[in-house]
Design a protein around this ligand. Sequence first.
Ligand SMILES: C[S@@+](CC[C@H](N)C(=O)[O-])C[C@H]1O[C@@H](n2cnc3c(N)ncnc32)[C@H](O)[C@@H]1O
Length: 384
Amino acid sequence: MADSSAAKRTKGAQAEERKVDWRRWKQERKAEKKKWKEMKLLKKLEKQRMRELAEKQAEKQKEEQKEDKGRHYTLSVALPGSILNNAQSLELRTYLAGQIARACAIFCVDEIIVFDEDGEDVKSVEGDFEGIGRRGKACVQLARILQYLECPQYLRKSFFPKHEDLQFAGLLNPLDSPHHMRVDEDSEYREGVVLDRPTKPGRGSFVNCGMRKEVQIDRQLNPGLRVTVRLEEPQKPEAKVRKGTVVSSHHPRTVSGLYWGYSVRLASCLSAVFSECPFKEGYDLSIGTSERGSSVDQATLPSFRHALVVFGGLEGLEAGLDVDPNLDVTDPSVLFDFYLNTCPSQGSRTIRTEEALLISLSALRPHINEAVKTPSNSCRKENH
Ligand SMILES: C[S@@+](CC[C@H](N)C(=O)[O-])C[C@H]1O[C@@H](n2cnc3c(N)ncnc32)[C@H](O)[C@@H]1O
């Protein structure tokens, strides 16, 4: 009797134990399931977070790509070649030309126009310097030295044969502008000369870009041509040539905002500075400089695309007017949108043209920066 009731109790206890075990097991499974669900949710959330981050990054990259780094305006400077006639020796004439070139490079001038205020009608840099003190050829000589200095050193042999005008030009201070690359310098763009080297049909010409390796461009061009090349990232560093694409010489400025040197133009008279403008829309902002102009401090320049700043020689801008067959005015101020004194209260009776160039470009810089900041200008695109 006692045995059977004890057995019953044991059975009951065992059943109870099994129940407890079962509940515990269920609870454990439930907890495990909950944990697993939480982990799954966490993973899902993490995945979503990563996806959102990637999307955000891609968007940011797109925005950055869209962000316009280019400079869409140009600055031109015009001055008479006759200023060289004030220098007494070829060395001094050369040095003066070097000062003009450096001032223009420092202030990112895109075009220099050398005009004739003596009525000599010069149109090309072909010609010889015919002796110090002789009038004439000053425009040609100035233009030649300016072009020589603008050309990267490694290309000068290809484009500037020995010439008396350039006898001392090699001693001048270099422009050291962004397009004057050193041999191992890394750069997206480089100036080069097309080499006279046979290439297989369908393959582009070889170009000397002043690097250890030659660059094979995307097209066949005539040997001797100066080109602006956009370099591709090297696929194989051990390859014998680099690959590149020919772009316009304005490309580094308009796309990447780089200063890429200046072009040089000769004008046979003051009016030709305007009438032979290389931009099809012409200059939309012209500034004449004179001690008789109004103070630069009060000037507010409008938004522009192509600005021109004009300087006179020893006799001022009036001299250019007198000999110009196309101009029937005596007051130079009527030719310009602004006629500015860039050094009010000057302490010397006269400021020389080369000094006026530095002073004026420096004084105009904040006004120009302000003018090009306006939204209408920054989003305007142009052909050059
Ligand atoms: C030697 S200055 C000419 C001086 C001449 N006596 C005159 O009356 O114009 C040569 C050039 O430097 C520039 N220049 C000289 N002083 C200037 C000033 N205070 N503001 C702006 N440009 C000036 C002008 O372009 C001028 O034609």
